[in-house]
Design a protein around this ligand. Structure first.
Ligand code: PLP
Length: 381
C-alpha cells in the first residue's frame, strides 16, 4: 500500500523548549530584531563551537551570512573567488552581488568537497600570473567536512583567506574540531530543511571581534552612532528576529541528539541496502565526523535502475528524494565561468540521490522507504 502521507526529505523537528523561549519574547514584548533571545542564541551558539562568547551574529539567512562574510574578506568589483562547483547556489551568488566572479573547482572523491590538490594547482598558477584570488569558499557538503588541513595550509602559503560555508554542517567535526571555526569567517544556516532550524535564519561567526561588530553593524542598516539617521557605509536589513532566535535556542539544546539521529538514519539505510551492490552510501571520510545531514547514495553506472528512475519509483509511492546538487559549472546562470576539472562533480550529480533524512522520520517510514527501494531492485523487503 502506498503511504498516504508524503515522506519528505528533511523537515523541521522541534525539541520542546522552543515555545518557552518564544513565549518569553511575547510576554516581554521583545518582538523585533533586538532582545535577549538574540544575545543568548549568539552566546550559546559560540559556546557550542568552543569559540569566545561574542563570536557570532544571528542573521535572517545563511545566504545573508555568506554575503557579509565575503564583504568582510574584502571581496569587491573585479575580484576572483575560488569555490567548489558542487554546492548549492547560495554559496556563490553573493560573490556576484559584490561585483566579483567565481572560478569553480572540482570535488575530490573522499569527501565530495573541494579538491585540495586542484586548489593548490590553481593558487600556484594564479601566483605565477601575479593575480591571486581575493578569497576561497570552502563548503562542507551534506554534513561532511572538507579536508581542511591541506586547504588551509595552501591558502596560508599564498595568503588567501578562506570562508567556510558550514550551512549543511552544524555539528560536523574535522579531526575532532567543529567545522566553521578555523576560517576567519564562517557561516551557518537554520533554513527549514537544515539539521536545526529557526524556520529561516543564519549565523556568521568570525574570529576577530572587530569583524563580528562590523557584520552586526552592516546587518542593521549600517547606521552610525548618534540620534541622526546618518550613514557612511552601505548596510542591509539582515538581522534575525528575537522571536526566531528563541526557536534557535531551543533547537541548539537538541543539536547533539539530531546529529546522532541523522547518522543513525544513514547507517540504517546503508545496512538495509547492503545486498544491493548498485547502491552505496556517500563516503565517510576518516578525517571527520559526518553528520549525514542528508543520507546520500550513489547509484552505480551499471545499475538496472538509474538514478532518475529511482526518484520516479519513490515519487510514485509518495516518497520525496532528490538529485545531488547540480554543479555550478553546469548552471545556465554561470555559463562562461571558468571551472577547473568538473568531471567528478558532474558524475556525483548524475548518480547521486538524497533520501528522506529528517531526524523525526519514524522507523516505520524509513522501513517503507527501504522496502520501496528494495522491491525496485527486485529484492525481498
Ligand atoms: C542552505 C544552504 C545555504 C543557504 O542558507 P539559507 O539559510 O537558506 O540562506 C548556503 N549554502 C549551502 C551549502 C546550503 O546548503
Amino acid at each position: 500500500m502506498t503511504s498516504k502521507k508524503r515522506i519528505l526529505m528533511s523537515v523541521p523537528h522541534m525539541g520542546g523548549q522552543e515555545e518557552t523561549f518564544v513565549r518569553e519574547a511575547f510576554s516581554t514584548n521583545w518582538l523585533s530584531t533586538v532582545g535577549p533571545n538574540i544575545d543568548s542564541f549568539e552566546a550559546e551558539f559560540s559556546k557550542r563551537l568552543s569559540l569566545p562568547e561574542r563570536s557570532a551574529v544571528a542573521l535572517g539567512s545563511g545566504t545573508a551570512a555568506i554575503h557579509l562574510g565575503l564583504r568582510l574578506l574584502g571581496v569587491g568589483p573585479g575580484d576572483e573567488v575560488l569555490a567548489p562547483t558542487l554546492t548549492f547556489v547560495a554559496s556563490v551568488n553573493p560573490i556576484g552581488w559584490l561585483g566579483g566572479h567565481a572560478t569553480f573547482i572540482d570535488s575530490e572523491r573522499t569527501s565530495w568537497n573541494i579538491d585540495p590538490a586542484l586548489l593548490a594547482e590553481v593558487l600556484e598558477a594564479r601566483h605565477r600570473a601575479g593575480r591571486l584570488p581575493r578569497a576561497v569558499v570552502v563548503v562542507h557538503l551534506y554534513g561532511q567536512s572538507a579536508d581542511l588541513d591541506p586547504i588551509f595550509s595552501v591558502c596560508a602559503h599564498y595568503g588567501v583567506p578562506v570562508l567556510e560555508d558550514a550551512a549543511e554542517a552544524l555539528g560536523t567535526l574535522y579531526k575532532g574540531e567543529p567545522v566553521g571555526t578555523r576560517a576567519p569567517v564562517s557561516t551557518f544556516s537554520f533554513n527549514g530543511n537544515k539539521i536545526i532550524t529557526t524556520t529561516g535564519g543564519g549565523m556568521l561567526v568570525a574570529r576577530d571581534p572587530e569583524w563580528v561588530r562590523k557584520a552586526r553593524f552592516w546587518s542593521t542598516q549600517a547606521r552610525n552612532p548618534g540620534i541622526a539617521y546618518e550613514h557612511t557605509e552601505v548596510g542591509y536589513n539582515y538581522r534575525m528576529s528575537n522571536v526566531l532566535a528563541g526557536i534557535g535556542r531551543g533547537q541548539l539544546l537538541v543539536l547533539s541528539e539530531r546529529v546522532r539521529r541523522r547518522r543513525e538514519i544513514a547507517f540504517t539505510y546503508r545496512d538495509a541496502l547492503a545486498d544491493i551492490p548498485a547502491l552505496s552510501l556517500m563516503p565517510q571520510a576518516a578525517f571527520g565526523l559526518h553528520t549525514n545531514w542528508l543520507s546520500v547514495f550513489l547509484v552505480d553506472e551499471k545499475s538496472p535502475i538509474d538514478r532518475d528512475r529511482l526518484i520516479k519509483v519513490l515519487d510514485a509511492r509518495n516518497v520525496e528524494s532528490r538529485p545531488v546538487w547540480k554543479p555550478m559549472h553546469l548552471q545556465p546562470l554561470f555559463q562562461g565561468a571558468e571551472c577547473v576539472g568538473g568531471g567528478v562533480a558532474a558524475d556525483l550529480f548524475r548518480r547521486g540521490i538524497c533520501l528522506p533524512s529528517s531526524s523525526n522520520l519514524t522507523e516505520g517510514e524509513q522501513a517503507y522507504v527501504i522496502s520501496t527501494i528494495r522491491s525496485a531492485f527486485g529484492k525481498s523487503p
